[in-house]
Design a protein around this ligand. Structure first.
Ligand SMILES: Nc1nc2c(c(=O)[nH]1)N[C@H]1C(S)=C(S)[C@@H](COP(=O)(O)O)O[C@H]1N2
Ligand SMILES: [Mo]
Length: 319
């Protein structure tokens, strides 16, 4: 079947890096041919910041309750080494992601809620308790980073949505529009990118909606204007460019489960002792420094989240 014809959905990091380097070289050659690639991307960056109507909200006050055990990742690294399959399978998607149109942007709340509604992103930002938090991020491909996210607790959005007592899950989806994301023309992916959390997970203090990074509005390549940030889970849970939250009593089938169920599950909590079928999860490569450090259970956030998984030991909690 098609899954077997294309075996490396999530590339092992060594392979992904090689591909990114190759693509960078190609881009560089194309850029040199067109003029100066540096001048071109500098202009795009300046445009992005001034075009974003939320720019005046930043930087936000840092919530000091969330502390790191390591240095912050260099901003350039975190904003140029990305996973965003809507814009291609390499790590160098900044240029392609310029196609993402971030206004108008409407978030749809539906399913098992008191009353379904839609809200524009700027109205939402005005209602939410905005703050900055420092979190670690661990991709299933075994690279990691530590970055300052701007945004708000997912719980504040769940409270605004007023789910019914019978809702057990919150399902979050990325836009589906091949006209602004050429990766979505690839029919063999189960677009739109879909993720989900239990209501209990969504209510945990750590679950966050990112609206910015490094004291600025979220760059397109990092999932503007709204993306999930769940630092105790592998990075693929943190769905980007969210357009809908649906409350349900059924567990959703996520994008990665849809692609390769044997390799990616619903829970996807970080665990160094449970290898991915194609690679170990014991260590991670720190973006920027390339340091190789041991990975921690729940990515170091066990104290805050281990409680959520009591009684669920029979579930596939880790991969
Ligand atoms: N819509 C969407 N969301 C996504 C992805 C994606 O391909 N599409 N990739 C995920 C993966 S695998 C990771 S590691 C993080 C990467 O976030 P970053 O590029 O901001 O580091 O986004 C996650 N969210
Ligand atoms: Mo990832």
């Amino acid at each position: 079947m098609w899954v077997h014809r294309r075996p490396s959905w999530h590339l092992k990091e060594s392979a992904a890096t090689a591909e990114a380097a190759y693509l960078n070289r190609r881009e560089l050659i194309a850029g040199l041919a067109a003029g100066s690639i540096l001048a071109a991307s500098g202009t795009a960056q300046a445009q992005r910041v001034s075009d974003d109507p939320s720019a005046k909200l930043y930087p936000l006050k840092r919530n000091e309750a969330f502390v790191l055990d390591r240095a912050l990742t260099d901003e350039k690294e975190a904003t140029t080494y990305n996973n965003f399959y809507e814009y291609g399978t390499s790590k160098s998607i900044v240029k392609a992601a310029e196609q993402l149109k971030i206004r108008p942007w409407t978030l749809k709340i539906s399913g098992m809620v008191e009353k379904p509604f839609e809200i524009g992103v700027d109205d939402l930002l005005a209602k939410m308790p905005l703050e900055e938090r420092l979190y670690r991020h661990r991709c299933v491909e075994a690279w990691s980073m530590a970055v300052p996210w701007s945004g708000f607790a997912l719980k504040a959005l769940v409270d605004l949505a007023k789910p019914l007592g019978s809702a057990k899950y919150v399902v979050m989806k990325t836009f589906n529009d091949p006209s602004m994301a050429s990766g979505q023309k690839a029919f063999f992916y189960p677009w739109p990118y879909t993720e989900g959390l239990t209501i209990a997970e969504a209510g945990n203090d750590l679950a966050f909606i990112g609206t910015g990074i490094y004291g600025k509005p979220m760059p397109k390549q990092n999932g503007a204007p709204l993306r999930l940030v769940v630092p105790w889970k592998y990075g693929f849970k943190s769905v980007k460019s969210i357009v809908s939250l649906e409350f349900s009593d059924k567990r959703p089938k996520t994008f990665w489960e849809g692609l390769q169920e044997s390799e990616y599950g619903f829970w996807a909590n970080v665990n160094p002792n449970v290898p991915h079928p194609r690679w170990s999860q014991e260590f991670e490569r720190v973006l920027g420094t390339n340091e190789r450090v041991p990975t921690k259970l729940f990515n170091g956030y066990g104290e805050q989240v281990a409680e959520l998984y009591k009684g669920l030991e029979k579930e596939r909690l880790w991969a």
